[in-house]
Ligand binder design. Structure first.
Ligand code: ADP
Ligand code: MG
Length: 782
């Protein structure tokens, strides 16, 4: 027999769906009143009362009534003044909570009814099943319930406004620069001027009368308000309820895939999928987490902040729980057979003697940890974490040398071709004089050259091979792979790693992402951790300066001075959310501006829309000093060495995460000259300044990460995405210590009582664990 709580839940679900669906009385077959008349609503007279006459109410009144009803239903069941549950109700199936069919979680998105081309769009974003759609959470939420009174917003504040296009106007104040201005009338009758720079395609979406939701930063000119638009959505009447008048989720997307479309897809998935909870109710109560349906509806379509925060709490709890479960389960067979190397002290000396420098103490310590692993039968699975330039690659080169001395082959995989080439050059430097044959295998090579390299690899005619995915994509047969070094591992898909690692080599992962140790243990729990926490001596620390954008001219004056001294500069433009085209245009525009400000300098552009070969070509020319200023979107983030570059200018620095700023800054200071980083902040907020001050005040990645953790407020859903931990989507390692503890406790408890998750009550939990493990599991891979 269903408990009151279960009945409550069955009633709550369609009502929540109706609210999320914009109160059009279409979600429940036959209308809400039909549902109220069913035995299901029998035990809840107050709910029936709250929703009486629902069909006759206007949408606002409906929303109010639903909210009231949902409040009643989410109250503690023991407090519900309901009579005993009638038997009939227990046997009555809940009414279908949607107009479409019910779909299993693993149903393909083609069955989601997401409109023409919908399934293809979803696949483009990597969403292939209903489950994928449900768990593709918004990366942030915008409060569009009560839009701000524009007379009260402050200069520089980020706001969302909604309104109709009254007029539009395009002008070109100078060649290469187009400004599109649109006057918008808000529902309260106010007027806002919205502006776009160099984005011609936007104009099409802006016919007069169109309804728009715009997010951007405010500029005030006397009493008139102007908005520099960062995010645009058009809303068509029929679906607007998902996109306006509520707290709205903003999803990761790509050009041509609208937010509205994604919301609709999420909505349909929520309606169609069974949201049965895999976490039994008594544990939900014990750990104070809401149920799965409330959480999934709440993360996509929160009724209010409280639901959003409940949702986020529950989903984070789950992420840690499954991570902990997986790690604990894997712990059992952690002793995997790997390669066994001699790793002789003599060979280490030989390697070091050939270096133009001596290892730092930190490098030495890490090398000892690595060689211990290598000498054991156990398969090495070690993460070497260290700041940019701390000497990870040098240490990895030594490990590769030791592998080769034991007649094994070694591989070094890099995320991009530029980096593969750079590593190749470095390894040739380290190993060339030691009688080690180093090879390169990347996609850009001619088919003939690739074939030759593959043959050499297969015949054991090359010792160490550096490459990109090509190392594993192109059917490479290793003769005797003993050690695989993976640079910035998170950029590789798991399937790819599996191919490379099929022969069970020892594995060394290098990462420059500074995650504090305690957190790294959770995040990379199945890798042993080595930290290089010391920079080689003799480096001149990079000088960092934070300035307001009103002082840009000065910053570029300084850049010009450096250029006159024969130096080069990077200029990086702000990240523009969800849109590569915009990013490209921002960079193009900036390059144009700089040509005006710095007429003497040779300026070129690098952006994410270029092919790998084009990027390589630009980088190569920059390295050869064929031009002075490289204007770039964030594609240079990964470590390309240009020793002559001494200045890094970061525009709109406030839009970058601290970890990212730190990485970007690491692009300069690769040579011996004093180097500089100029952060140009476009916004005045105090918190932002505080954050950027951290970067200004420290060049130590770990210090920065710690300070960042302390500063970040709760509820910021971003963060880990940047640190590249693929199965933690919402997790906010900084603030989740308590949740992590609880999740670990529960995971231990579960496994202590049922080590194989065999109890029928845990079948959903087990299935969910399997689903999640498919995405990332080192043990499975290695
Ligand atoms: P990472 O891989 O951590 O970014 P690298 O191994 O590429 O760092 O080292 C960065 C630079 O510092 C390289 O030019 C390298 O030759 C040099 N280097 C590495 N270790 C030392 C050391 N102990 N002393 C001096 N220079 C070093
Ligand atoms: Mg070993």
């Amino acid at each position: 027999m269903a408990t009151v709580q279960e009945l409550q839940e069955r009633l709550r679900r369609p009502l929540a769906a109706e609210l999320a669906g914009g109160c059009q009385n279409r979600v429940v077959a036959g209308g809400v009143e039909k549902l109220l008349a069913s035995p299901l609503a029998g035990p809840f007279p107050k709910v029936r009362e709250a929703l009486a006459g629902y069909g006759t109410l206007d949408p606002a009144a409906r929303a109010e009534a639903l909210t009231a009803a949902l409040c009643l239903l989410s109250a503690d069941p023991r407090a519900t003044p309901a009579a005993r549950t009638p038997r009939a109700a227990a046997r009555t199936a809940p009414p279908p909570a949607k107009d479409g069919e019910r779909l299993p979680l693993d149903a393909e998105v083609t069955r989601l009814d997401s409109g023409p081309g919908g399934a293809r769009k979803l696949s483009t974003l990597g969403l292939h099943t209903v489950r994928d759609v449900l768990h593709a959470y918004p990366h942030r939420h915008e409060d569009r319930r009560a839009l701000p009174d524009l007379s009260e917003v402050e200069e520089g504040q980020k706001v969302t406004v909604e309104g109709r296009v009254v007029s539009k106007h395009r002008r070109a104040p100078r060649p290469g620069m187009q400004i599109l201005e649109v006057v918008l009338e808000t529902p309260s009758g106010g007027r806002v001027k919205a502006t776009w720079f160099n984005q011609p395609w936007v104009e099409k979406q802006l016919r007069e009368g169109a309804r728009l939701v715009l997010t951007g930063r405010v500029k005030k000119f006397g009493r008139s308000v102007q908005l520099g638009v960062e995010h645009l959505e058009t809303v068509d009447g029929a679906q607007d309820s998902l996109s306006t008048g509520r707290i709205v989720g903003v999803y990761d997307s790509k050009e041509g895939i609208s937010q509205e479309f994604l919301r609709k897809a999420a909505f349909r998935a929520l309606q169609a999928a069974p949201l049965d909870d895999y976490l039994p109710a008594h544990w939900r109560r014990q750990y104070g987490v809401t149920d799965l349906s409330d959480a999934l509806w709440g993360i996509h379509f929160p009724a209010d902040e409280a639901q959003l925060s409940r949702a986020s709490h529950r989903l984070r709890f789950d992420e840690y729980l499954f991570l902990e479960l997986r790690m604990l389960l894997q712990g059992e067979d952690a002793v995997l057979q790997g390669k066994r190397f001699e790793a002789r002290g003599d060979d280490i000396h030989t390697f070091e003697a050939a270096l133009p420098f001596r290892f730092t103490n930190a490098q030495r310590r890490v090398l000892l940890e690595i060689t211990d692993d290598m000498r054991s039968d156990r398969q090495m699975a070690r993460l070497v974490q260290g700041d940019v330039g701390s000497g990870k690659t040098a240490v990895a080169a030594c490990a590769l040398y030791l592998a080769v001395r034991d007649a094994y082959q070694g591989a070094l995989m890099a995320p991009t071709e530029i980096l593969a080439r750079q590593h190749y050059a470095n390894l040739c430097g380290y190993l060339g004089g030691l009688d080690v044959r180093v090879g390169l295998l990347i996609g850009a090579m001619t088919p003939k050259a690739k074939m030759e390299m593959q043959t050499r690899i297969a015949e054991g005619d090359v010792d160490v091979v550096v490459g990109t995915q090509a190392l594993i994509q192109e059917n490479v047969q290793w003769s005797n792979l003993g050690l695989a070094v993976v640079d910035e591992e998170h950029r590789f898909g798991v399937g790819q790693r599996r191919k490379l690692l099929a022969s069970r080599p020892d594995v060394l992962v290098m990462s420059a992402t500074p995650i504090p140790r305690s957190l790294a243990l959770t995040a990379y729990g199945d890798l042993e951790l080595s930290i290089i926490d010391e920079l080689p001596p003799g480096r001149t620390p990079i000088e960092t300066k934070l300035i307001q954008d009103t002082h840009r001219q000065q910053a570029y004056g300084f850049v010009m001075k450096q250029i006159r001294e024969g130096r080069q500069a990077f200029v990086v433009t702000a990240l523009i959310e969800e849109n590569e085209n915009l990013e490209l245009l921002a960079a193009t525009q900036l390059a144009g501006d700089l040509r005006v400000i710095l007429p003497e300098a040779r300026i070129d552009l690098l952006h994410g829309k270029m092919s790998a070969a084009e990027k390589d070509e630009v980088m190569e020319r920059f390295r050869r000093h064929e031009f002075d200023v490289l204007v770039s979107t964030t594609v240079i983030e990964v470590g390309v060495d240009v020793p002559n570059a001494t200045v890094m200018v970061i525009e709109n620095a406030e839009r970058f995460g601290l970890a990212q700023l730190h990485q970007l800054r690491g692009r300069v200071g690769r040579g011996s000259a004093q180097s500089y980083c100029v952060l140009i902040a476009g916004e005045h907020s105090k918190k932002t300044r505080q954050r950027l001050k951290i970067i200004e005040g420290s060049t130590d990645g770990f210090v920065i990460a710690e300070a960042d953790l302390k500063l970040r407020g709760p509820g910021e859903l971003r963060g880990t995405r940047q640190s590249g931990i693929p199965d933690l989507r919402l997790a906010d390692l900084a603030n989740d210590t308590a949740i992590i503890e609880q999740a670990r406790e529960l995971a231990k408890h579960i496994l202590a009582h049922d080590p194989r998750l065999e109890h029928p009550r845990l079948q959903y939990l087990r299935a969910e664990l399997q689903n999640r493990s498919q995405s990332v599991a080192y043990r499975e891979v290695i």
